[in-house]
Design a protein around this ligand. Sequence first.
Ligand SMILES: Cc1ncc(COP(=O)(O)O)c(C=O)c1O
Length: 400
Amino acid sequence: MASHIMPTYGRLDVCFERGEGAWLWDENNKKYLDALSGIAVCGLGHAHPAVHEAICNQSGKLLHTSNIYRIGVQEQLADKIIEKSGMDNVFFCNSGAEANEAAIKLARKFGHERGIDFPAIIVTDLSFHGRTLATLSATGNAKIQKGFEPLVEGFIRVAYNDIEAIRNAVANHSNIVAILVEPVQGEGGINIPANDYLNKIREICDRHNLLMMLDEIQTGMGRTGKFLAFQHNGILPDVCTVAKALGNGVPIGACLASGKAATILTAGNHGSTFGGNPLACSAALAVLETLDKEGLIGSVEAKGRKITSGIAQLLQGNTHVVDIRNKGLMIGIELDQPCTDLVKTALAHGLLINVTQDKVIRLLPPLIIDDMQIKLLVDTLAMLVAQFTHQLSTPNNHAA
Ligand SMILES: Cc1ncc(COP(=O)(O)O)c(C=O)c1O
């Protein structure tokens, strides 16, 4: 069918019409279990009544004014984010990439104020920070950069989860002003660093007066079992970016700053027409209030364990399964073979999953997933992986 949509996505041939909690229904009324949450967006599930009510109420009052005026609900949301994160202030925007753009600008200005004319930011292999020019330049994936050169300068790349590599980069470049990492790499393959990785980055930043900047766009809003993943480490970054699950599907992003980083951007330095408008902020406020009211974050780690241990048990002895790892409800099942075909097979079986880095099945179920849905997810996925790997082991199928 001819489409008037620019073909920037490889889409699956399914169109969802409605959802409720962890369930989705397509145009033909087929029901699916959503173990992806729109890639870590709908943490509260679909059509959550609190978000629905907040949006309806706000749209009947005021959708948009402008950041040239005070916005009450934006101020309320900022208060709530600061209370939950321990950071000092917030810049609101509309997406993850924009939140990272704000962080990158903040770091550069921090550098200029220290007399560094060509400030550079340490970033990591396999990272994902977005698709704008600066954020794709920061991203550690050549496929995402190819065709869009010249890239934005000012990024120095090191291996992920390698503190020595950061120390060497800092020792060898006098223009480094910040370190930007994801607490767990999502697109990169659910890569979970050493427990003290963030603590050591904090120490390096303190010693060298660098900004510690965390991209929590995928890890934030309770996904790993804390509101923000850095809270597992008992540290505070200087800058932290969030988006995705903040609005549960209503586009909103934010760049949080603390301490010296909170005073860098001043009037006229940065802005966004829609950023932090009343509609988006009312949705995000409802999300944060619901996380608290329903105590959802407290059960994330147990749910994550239940899913990974269930799958590990059913796939025990399967030699094609290289690793099953998770931080809360960020779950990766790594096979020894490319397995993107599993996405379509799972869809046919009424299950939404994702495969990243060719070989890592990625699960990002909504925080509200219940025991019955967890069992369905575990049983269906283990069955599909067993079938898939059995085919791989059957010599006749290799040629296919
Ligand atoms: C860690 C991380 N950073 C940044 C982004 C970009 O966010 P957005 O697509 O909202 O621009 C993503 C999106 O997948 C992400 O996972």
